[in-house]
Design a protein around this ligand. Structure first.
Ligand code: FMN
Length: 346
């Protein structure tokens, strides 16, 4: 794939994701099927609720992540700069977009390294596609993309559906687990595997944990549909049938959370997180942290960085209010039986 083609693809993604026209149409993340257990005799003081925590050797102010988005084109340099300033201001982690373009053209360094320049104190996640891992990447290239961000962890995104629908996509993941396992042995930072909107269930997550993956970001269905994004780029040849394909985020979090009994890993809930309630419900279902891409992206593009900061602060405040109303002293208690399935009321 030529560098020009990757550039065009990235520009299209930015343009399409600036509105919600590529969101799931007939499927939600499933949070509406849960309600919080209101606890009438809470003994908490809202002001004393603290949700700061450690994430890969750094302290973050809240369990929220600005998810992996962009890099490699001029537009994405500005976007990354703005997102990184937001992350630094709020002291929350941020993910880079796929760094494949950087491996193919090192002149694209600045559109990625700007993230670390603008966010010196927060955890930053490097990012590469599973299709590239499966095909094989040189160790020095992995090191280069990690060093370009002084990254705290490497995210490998699995996107079999996107590769399937994408014009000139690469639906070939043969050798992925083997290559991933040997990568994990060779690099010094932890590896997180994330989907991009079709979800990772417990069965798939276990395969990853068995080979030493330290974090699973379920990135389930309910928000941005990457099948839809690629369909909209190439309507003539792509298959619309798969627009709503994927496992809802709430299901994925619950399913992967069961593995915590046997494995030590970080569970990230993402995919269609639209407000602080969705974030709090993700945590109550078992997520250690919650990430958002499309919602944050559109706020940044359409209302600016100040507004994005304001909204993320609101989400943080909502999580704390939910903890107060469910008598959860800390995030661990929020994960302990604080939800009711709506159908159980009646
Ligand atoms: C503009 C944009 C670009 C994205 N690019 C990447 C990427 O390069 N690598 C990646 O792992 N995920 C990428 N994603 C996917 C998101 O990280 C996320 O997994 C997906 O959009 C589902 O989350 P959402 O419903 O909150 O958008 C991108 C998302 C957006 C909105």
């Amino acid at each position: 794939m030529s560098s020009d083609e990757i550039t065009k693809r990235k520009k299209d993604h930015i343009e399409i994701c600036s509105t919600d026209k590529a969101n799931f149409r007939n499927k939600t993340a499933g949070f509406e099927y849960y309600d919080f257990k209101h606890y009438a005799i809470t003994e908490l003081n809202l002001e004393q609720i603290d949700i700061a925590q450690r994430f890969f050797n750094k302290t973050i102010s809240a369990p929220l992540i600005i998810s992996c988005m962009t890099g490699g084109v001029n537009e994405s340099k500005n976007i990354n700069h703005e997102l990184a300033k937001v992350a630094q201001h709020l002291k929350i982690p941020i993910g880079s977009g796929s760094q494949r373009a950087l491996i193919e053209d090192r002149a694209k360094l600045k559109s990625f390294s700007i993230i670390r320049e603008a966010a010196p104190d927060v955890p930053i996640l490097a990012n590469i596609g599973a299709a590239q891992v499966a095909q094989g990447i040189k160790l020095e290239d992995y090191k280069f993309i990690i060093d370009s961000l002084e990254a705290d962890a490497l995210v490998v995104h699995v996107n079999p559906l996107q590769e399937l629908i994408q014009h000139r996509g690469e639906p070939n993941f043969k050798g992925l687990l083997n290559n991933l396992e040997s990568l994990i042995r060779k690099i010094t930072i932890p590896v997180i595997v994330k989907e991009v909107g079709s979800g990772i269930n417990g069965e798939a997550a276990e395969k990853l944990l068995e080979i030493g993956v330290k974090g699973v970001d379920v990135a389930g269905a309910g928000g941005t549909s990457w099948s839809a994004v690629e369909y909209l780029r190439n309507e003539k040849n792509a298959d619309e049938l798969f627009w709503d394909w994927g496992l809802p985020t709430s299901f994925c979090i619950k399913d992967v959370n069961k593995l915590k009994e046997n494995y030590n890993f970080i569970l990230i809930g993402s995919g269609g997180i639209k407000n602080g309630f969705d974030a709090a419900k993700s945590i109550a279902l078992g997520a250690d942290l919650v990430a958002s891409a499309g919602t944050f992206f559109r706020l940044l593009k359409n209302a600016g960085a100040e507004k994005l900061i304001e909204v993320i602060e609101e989400w943080i405040s909502t999580i704390k209010k939910v903890m107060y109303l469910t008598n959860s002293r800390d995030l661990k208690e929020l994960r302990e039986n604080k939800l009711i399935k709506v159908s159980d009321y009646y």
